[in-house]
Design a binder for this molecule. Structure first.
Ligand SMILES: [Zn+2]
Length: 83
């Protein structure tokens, strides 16, 4: 990551809550550049049924983002494309 905001804010959250395991939503992504953790936010929505109506229950989905919500820096450097 281009900044240290997540570690800094994670320490603050753990300090304020007293929970040594408090953390952010995120997921591990594995691709040609290796494995890395990326932060995500949780999206809630009603799935659409085939008849066009919506399910009563909420579904959720993780959405990743490219810029740090705390300082605005791009979270990952762009990788050089190799041929
Ligand atoms: Zn940041």
């Amino acid at each position: 990551m281009a900044c240290d905001c997540y570690n800094r804010v994670k320490d603050l959250i753990r300090e304020k809550t007293g929970d040594p395991k408090a953390s952010f939503n995120g997921m591990v992504v594995i691709d040609k550049n290796g494995a890395r953790w990326i932060p995500t936010i949780e999206i809630f929505y009603h799935k659409k049924k085939k008849d066009g109506t919506f399910n009563k229950n909420l579904s959720k989905m993780d959405l990743s983002y490219e810029y740090c919500p705390f300082c605005g820096k791009k979270l990952e450097e762009d990788y050089e494309e190799e041929d």
